[in-house]
Design a protein around this ligand. Structure first.
Ligand code: NAD
Length: 419
């Protein structure tokens, strides 16, 4: 490898994963070119007044990877590193995730290059409303439905919904999901991704004969996905030995008290300095002595530099694209098993789909019904991927991709190419 720091490309990873899967399929090369090309990409540059009276320019993106199976669906990310390459990869992953879960959606993603922690609430609101206005060319309940991702939350979704509704003159709840309950959010949505991670990770543990009481878990990232996954795995009887966030990590070989840690984070905003834990860094979280590793932060965290030192037997990908191709290859060669991202973290978009359906019908479900349907769909998708991986003797990611890609191909063939 060159001594120069290589720039990480999420799109390269997404395309390489796609190409690895289609090697197991019999697809025409023209069709392959169609499937790997995003349908449309919007870049917006927009001004926002800061609290000090100065106007600042921001750049945002919305990418539709595929619209073949239905309206596009995918989150909106606020993070300083957001760029077109990353949003393009995340949009493509959404196409496969939605198809794998058999949701009637294509794939999209959006984002703004900004650190939301550096903005006041009013600045965040103005930025969100202006961004929502500028991507309203693309979003609609029938066309493209955003949701939260890294750095965004139900409040941000509420502002997007309100901005769209004001422009159209009537309230349009189904234009976003992950909204607050008071304006048409779904019960169970906030926890859905972490619950889905736990359903699929524990299903895989069963296949591998791993007993919860003997299973140590490390979790990278303690936001929407990581904190819920840690809590649910803890409730399931696993020992959560390491947890990290952007500030660093905490470790306890005997298991961290997760309810106590959640209270500590609610109070201090970070996992660090949690009483009864040792301080570790982000790398040490990934390489901690554990049986299951749940990356739940950002892409590209598990690369060829850290993979050789990872001790987990099972990686449950809460984050999208947490492994580079080189990192994954090293782990697969060591016999490490994966629950791949498009399966593992699909609980979020699945309950987003339920929220959208509830919004369109103005008829809301009890939490038990949401969780029962989520559990059933996740368990079925897991079994489908597991069977495909066993039948074809391929890894779980490649199995998941072949199922998803075939569903998109079936839709392309049924619709035909216009004109
Ligand atoms: P979030 O913003 O709620 O949390 C992100 C967490 O990662 C925070 O705790 C942050 O401190 C931490 N983090 C950031 N950089 C880190 C680093 N270098 N090392 C350790 N921790 C770091 O975001 P989220 O919604 O939980 O999303 C996390 C991942 O899950 C992303 O890849 C996202 O695309 C994916 N995902 C989210 C959802 C969802 O419903 N929110 C659904 C599917 C997939």
């Amino acid at each position: 490898m060159s001594a120069m720091k290589r720039r990480y490309s999420a799109s390269d990873v997404a395309l390489a994963q796609f190409e690895r899967a289609i090697a197991h399929m019999d697809l025409d090369e023209d069709l392959v070119a169609y499937l790997e090309t995003p349908k449309r990409e919007l870049i917006v540059h927009f001004p926002v007044y800061m609290d000090d009276g100065r106007m600042k320019m921001f750049t945002g993106y919305r990418v539709h990877h595929s619209t073949v199976r239905g309206p596009t669906k995918g989150g909106i990310r606020y993070h300083p590193d957001v760029n077109l390459d990353e949003v393009r990869a995340l949009a493509m992953w959404m196409t496969w995730k939605n198809a794998l879960m058999n949701l009637p959606y294509g794939g999209a993603k959006g984002g703004v290059a900004v650190d939301p922690n550096q903005l006041s609430r009013n600045e965040l609101r103005r930025l969100t409303r202006r961004f929502a206005n500028d991507i309203s060319l693309l979003i609609s309940p029938e066309g493209d439905i955003p949701a939260p991702d890294v750095g965004t939350n139900p409040q941000v979704m509420a502002w997007i919904m309100d901005t769209y509704s004001v422009a159209h003159g009537y309230t349009t709840p189904a234009v976003v999901t992950g909204k607050p309950l008071s304006i048409g959010g779904s019960l169970g949505r906030a926890e859905a991704t972490g619950i889905g991670v736990t359903i699929t990770a524990t299903a895989m543990m069963k296949k591998l004969d791993m007993k919860p009481e003997d299973t140590r878990v490390a979790v990278q990232g303690f936001g929407n996905v990581g904190s819920v996954a840690a809590h649910k795995m803890w409730e399931h009887g696993c020992k959560i030995v390491a947890v990290s966030d952007v500030n660093g990590g905490v470790y306890n070989a005997n298991g961290l008290d997760i309810p106590g840690l959640l209270a500590h984070v609610a109070e201090t905003g970070t996992v660090i300095d949690f009483p009864g834990s040792d301080r570790i860094d982000n790398r040490e979280t990934l390489t901690a002595p554990c049986d299951v590793l749940i990356p739940a932060a950002l892409e590209g965290q598990i690369d060829e530099r850290v993979a050789p030192d990872i001790r987990a037997r099972l990686i449950a990908e809460g984050a999208n694209g947490p492994c580079t191709m080189e990192g994954e290859r090293i782990l697969l060669d060591k016999g490490v098993r994966f629950v791949p991202d498009i399966l593992c973290n699909a609980g979020g978009v699945t309950v987003s789909y339920f929220e959208w359906v509830q919004g369109l019908q103005s008829f809301f479900w009890a939490e038990g019904e949401v969780l029962e349907r989520l559990t059933r769909l996740m368990a079925e998708a897991f079994e489908h991927v597991w069977r495909a991986s066993q039948d074809k003797n391929i890894d779980m990611r490649t199995a998941a991709y072949t199922i998803a890609i075939q569903r998109v191909v079936d839709a392309v063939e049924a619709r035909g190419i216009y004109p």
